[in-house]
Every structure is written in C-alpha cells, then in structure tokens.
Design a protein around this ligand. Structure first.
Ligand code: SAM
Length: 232
C-alpha cells in the first residue's frame, strides 16, 4: 500500500498494522459493508477496500478526510469518506464489519482537544472518552453476524471494554495481542499513569490487543425479543 502523509494526520503505527492483519483474517460476506471509524490516514479503510468491500471511512478531522481521499485514489480503491463524531455521520446504517483505532491514551484532564495532533490520541483521564461511547453504540450499527474490531491498550481498561460490549449482547474475544515497551507518548506520561493507578508503579510495558465483538444470530434474537434489556 502506498500512503501519502498529510501533515497533522496520525501516521500508521504498529497498532494500525495489527488492526489491518486482524481485519484481513476476519471472514466477510461478498460485497460486505465495512466501516473504518477514526480512519486517520485511511490505511485500514484502503486495506479493507482491497477485499472487494463497500468501505466507509469516518473521522472528525478535515485533514484526515483529505488524507483518506488522496490515499484511496493513489491505491485505486473507492472509499466513502465522511466527517463526523464517531457514528454521527452513519446514523441508521449497519455494517458487516466495523474497525476502529480510536484515541485511547490517558491524558492529564478530561477535556478533549478540539484540534491538533493530540486529537488523535488523547482520550480523557482514564483513556476511555471515545471507547465508552464506541462500545455502547457499536451493536446498533452491526448487521446480524457482523463484528467490530477495536485496537486497545492495557492502560485503558480492557475489562470495561469487554463488559460494555457484552452488555449490548455482543460475544467478545481477543484476536491479537502484543506486549512491548511503552510507546513514546505513554513513556512521557508514565508518572501520570503510575499516580492514577493505570500502570503498576515502575512498569515500562503495555499490552496492545485487538478486541472483537460479534453480533451473533442468537444475540440478535435476544435483542429483538427484549429491547429494553439492552439499555438498562
Ligand atoms: C489513533 S488515530 C488512528 C488512525 C488510523 N485509524 C490508524 O490506525 O492509523 C485516531 C483518529 O481518530 C480521529 N478522531 C478523534 N476523535 C474522533 C471522533 N470523536 N470521531 C471520529 N474520529 C475521531 C483522529 O482525528 C485520528 O485520525
């Protein structure tokens, strides 16, 4: 894949490629609808479009949209690029696969950056400002049998993500994981992470996981039979 770098747009890193690998291994029906949330450069969307799928890419950043459009053209694939906050731009739509590498780094405070590079990674004090609404809403955007793949760091509470996906009747598993040293941004913030208990004092590594939630046929039947249960 060839990628042009648009200044100010998150450049693909190792977790981007982990997500692409997991996405390639995910079985998809012919002509599947795929949503790449928080698309950044568009690398994941383009990899998906190469599988003969109908891909929508969403990002809140105008520069990211420019990037995904340029890069899709460069790679000879079609991607529908929409600007919006998480699922806002695809209200009422359902997908066979949703992929997301959202901002997930714990930050000094809960105010999310409205612009600038940090918008790609800052996610409030617990790192869950985007993960929480994403987990709560994903099931409503999945076709029966559809799946979501989310990039996750061990510092932003994998257990809460599992539970909130399960609360919406998705079946959850981990499809890839990798232990490694803290990335440069987390390394800079390690004292904050020790103070807030998000990292064991002295720890210098994190686990990156790809978590999958699947909307099984049984779960769909349960959700249809008792819609109120899913929201309580
Ligand atoms: C960690 S980057 C991931 C980029 C790309 N998917 C990748 O894996 O390389 C996160 C992206 O989320 C976007 N973003 C931040 N807040 C968002 C929101 N509320 N809704 C949609 N996209 C958002 C940022 O602009 C950034 O491009």
């Amino acid at each position: 894949m060839r990628l042009l770098h648009v200044p100010g747009v998150f450049q693909p890193r190792s977790d981007t490629w982990m997500l692409i690998d997991a996405m390639r291994r995910q079985a998809l029906p012919t002509g599947a609808r795929v949503l790449d949330l928080c698309t950044g450069s568009g690398a994941v969307a383009i990899a998906a479009a190469r599988r003969d799928t109908a891909v929508t890419a969403v990002d809140v950043s105008r520069r990211a949209l420019l990037s995904v459009r340029l890069n899709a053209q460069l790679n000879g694939v079609r991607v529908r690029a929409l600007r919006g906050d998480l699922f806002d731009a695809v209200r009422g739509e359902r997908f066979d696969l949703i992929v997301a590498n959202p901002p997930y780094l714990p930050a000094k405070n809960d105010t999310l950056p409205a612009r600038g590079r940090a918008r790609a990674w800052d996610a409030g004090r617990d790192g869950r400002a985007l993960l929480d609404p994403l987990c709560a809403t994903a099931a409503a955007h999945l076709q029966p049998g559809g799946a979501i793949l989310i990039v996750h760091s061990s510092v932003s509470d994998l257990t809460t993500t599992k539970r909130s996906l399960q609360a919406t009747h998705l079946s959850v598993d981990i499809v890839a994981e990798h232990d490694g040293p803290l990335g440069p941004l987390l390394h800079e913030r390690r004292d904050l992470l020790y103070d807030t208990g998000l990292l064991e004092p002295g720890a210098a590594s994190e686990r990156i996981a790809i978590i999958r939630g699947v909307r099984t046929q049984e779960a769909t039947a349960t959700a249809t039979a008792a819609p109120a249960a899913a929201t309580r």
